[in-house]
Design a protein around this ligand. Structure first.
Ligand code: CTP
Ligand code: MG
Length: 250
């Protein structure tokens, strides 16, 4: 296909890749993090529903723990998703970036907008998903949701031994910092090029696009898009779900 015949992001369809292959070491012993439950429903199912809630998303590619692909498939079969949304399950890799790449390998050609969303952010509101998609459709090649920081951040010279005092190198102005979340949204070609050419020593997909020299923009994130990382985050996530139930009046 020539560049001219490729659909522009504004016209083309949107797929979401959900890396869910991590072990969740910081969460402590138990099932892989994405399969741990929040109010009885696996985190991954919450995350897939959160993305499928956007009318623009017509395909969800779930990157499962390599030994859990069949289990993830049957989970998604058992939990109803909107009819307009297809899903595919592929096995993941050793690192998050490898897992995302394996998800991108399963992307059909007719999707021009791609979201990458952590399964570990199961409660992202649909308005945040839609805001990211809108910004890509409006012409940005890479869009990340982000929030201002509550804490001041120090750059340090990391200590040789854990617990040793660490010299401060710099204090970036907090007002210029954003803590970034997912879903991160991309023009398909730009994201594929980033994954083909940039090394994988990164913690998010947008930084790979930055390394290409392309412009990345931040749109407002949401506090409910936080990442479930440590045990206390499970408590917070279940509290958010309880608050949502109250708010809808059931
Ligand atoms: N991830 C993945 N494949 C990996 C590692 C991580 O698909 N090899 C996914 C996780 O499942 C998660 C997302 O990347 O949805 C963000 O990673 P993180 O929060 O670090 O999850 P884990 O790596 O599972 O947690 P930990 O680092 O505590 O082990
Ligand atoms: Mg990790």
């Amino acid at each position: 296909m020539s560049d001219d015949s490729r659909p522009s992001p504004a016209q083309s369809r949107t797929a979401a890749v959900i890396p869910a292959a991590g072990r969740g070491v910081r969460l402590g012993p138990g099932a892989p993090k994405a399969l741990r439950t929040l109010n009885g429903t696996p985190m991954l199912v919450h995350a897939v529903r959160a993305l499928a809630a956007s009318r623009a998303v017509s395909l969800v590619i779930v990157v499962a723990p390599p030994d859990g692909t069949a289990e993830v498939k049957s989970l998604l079969d058992a939990h109803a998703l909107p009819d307009r949304t297809d899903f595919v399950v592929v096995p993941g890799g050793e690192s998050r970036q490898e897992s995302v790449k394996l998800g991108l390998d399963a992307l059909p050609p007719d999707y021009g907008v791609v979201l990458v969303h952590d399964a570990a952010r199961p409660l992202v509101p649909v308005d945040t998903v839609d805001a990211v998609i809108e910004a890509v459709r409006a012409g940005a090649v890479a869009v990340v949701p982000g929030l201002p920081l509550a804490d001041t951040v120090k750059e340090v010279e990391p200590a040789a031994a854990p617990g040793d005092p660490e010299p401060v190198v710099a204090t970036p102005a907090r007002s210029r910092l954003r803590a970034v979340q997912t879903p991160q949204g991309f023009d398909r070609q730009t994201l594929l090029r980033a994954h083909e050419t940039v090394g994988d020593d990164v913690t998010d997909d947008a930084s790979m696009v930055e390394q290409l020299g392309e412009r990345v923009v931040v749109v407002p994130g949401h506090e409910e898009a936080f990442k479930v990382t440590r045990p206390l985050d499970l408590v917070l996530a279940e509290a958010v779900l309880a608050r949502r139930r109250l708010n809808v009046g059931f």
